[in-house]
Ligand binder design. Structure first.
Ligand code: ZN
Length: 309
């Protein structure tokens, strides 16, 4: 059995969550977001007319993160960059809101029930698909975060049964830029919300792969460190629907470091479908990589068949 599942966008696709390159066209097709598309085109992609169909959401927020950090252009209003990023994240929260997704919950419950054993999870997804499946089966989850529930305090289990490390944040979380407190919202909405302690406007806890903005948050450093330790200690890891995008250099380094520190003994399975080019994974894991060529749905189905025979 697997010790650890690492899940990306392809894992959530069966929930109705859009694929990476469907997100921006969907956001910009709304008339209210035309000004946003115009600004982003001018700042990020002035020479590429059809960029929204070619670029992932995470690449755009990574580029905004880089621009904010290095401030390479003298004539840009950097408050506008912040506003654009905030607007994009607001739209993303709506796209991934459980009311707007939620297809094929049976598949996820089957996965957790039949395949996940006692495994823990690393997730690069902002959505709540995995949390929902775990909660439906009565599992309690440790997010490895010191959270304040908003608006009310929810009673928590003393000993959570699963660890789920969300390396890029989550749509139901926001953080205070002043006190660094992380708030978990029972009711997800896109309205402005304020810190219960200091009154500051809260930021979305959706993290760009570059991590520049989030690196000041102790919570994010803790989650990444916990992920590294989990990776090192795992004997069998399965990657589901995670493509290791070029923008995510830190993840590449973390996987590579963990494999070396593990003594290069761990076996690693890829569940990314038949058309995925596994070269980046082979560069890290070499002969320890097993490319199943199955999509997530097929893989769950195969295991179900296997269990019945
Ligand atoms: Zn605060």
């Amino acid at each position: 059995m697997f010790d650890l599942y690492v899940v990306g966008a392809g894992f959530s696709a069966a929930s109705g969550a859009p694929r990476e390159t469907e997100i921006l066209p969907r956001i910009f097709s709304q008339p209210k977001n035309k000004p946003l598309a115009k600004i982003l085109t001018e700042v990020l992609y002035p020479d590429t007319a059809d960029w929204p169909a070619k670029v992932s959401f995470q690449e755009v927020i990574s580029r905004l993160d880089l621009i904010r950090y290095y401030r390479p252009y003298p004539n840009i209003d950097y408050n506008l960059i912040d506003q654009c990023e905030n607007r994009l994240m607001q739209e993303m929260v709506w796209i991934l809101h459980p009311d707007n997704t939620g297809l094929n919950q049976d598949l996820y419950r089957l996965f957790v029930h039949d395949l996940a054993g006692n495994a823990d999870f690393l997730s690069f997804n902002y959505d709540l698909v995995l949390e929902q499946a775990l909660a439906d089966l009565g599992e309690t989850i440790d997010l490895h975060l010191d959270l304040t529930d908003h608006p009310v305090s929810v009673s928590r289990e003393a000993n959570p049964s699963r660890t789920l490390l969300k390396l890029h944040g989550s749509i139901n979380l926001k953080f205070c830029p002043q006190c660094k407190t992380i708030f978990r919202f029972m009711h997800i909405n896109a309205k402005d919300q304020y810190c219960l302690d200091c009154g500051s406007l809260l930021n979305y806890f959706l993290v760009a792969p570059t991590l520049f903005k989030a690196y000041e948050l102790p919570a994010i450093r803790d989650i990444w460190y916990a992920a590294l330790i989990r990776l090192i200690r795992s004997e069998q890891i399965s990657f589901i629907g995670y493509s290791l995008p070029d923008s995510d250099l830190l993840t590449y380094q973390m996987l590579d470091t963990a494999f070396r520190m593990n003594g290069k003994k761990q076996r690693v399975y890829l569940v990314n479908g038949p058309h995925f080019n596994p070269v980046k994974f082979i560069n890290i894991y070499g002969k320890n990589l097993i490319n199943t060529k199955f999509y997530f749905e097929e893989w769950v189905e195969k295991h179900k068949e296997g269990l019945n025979h």
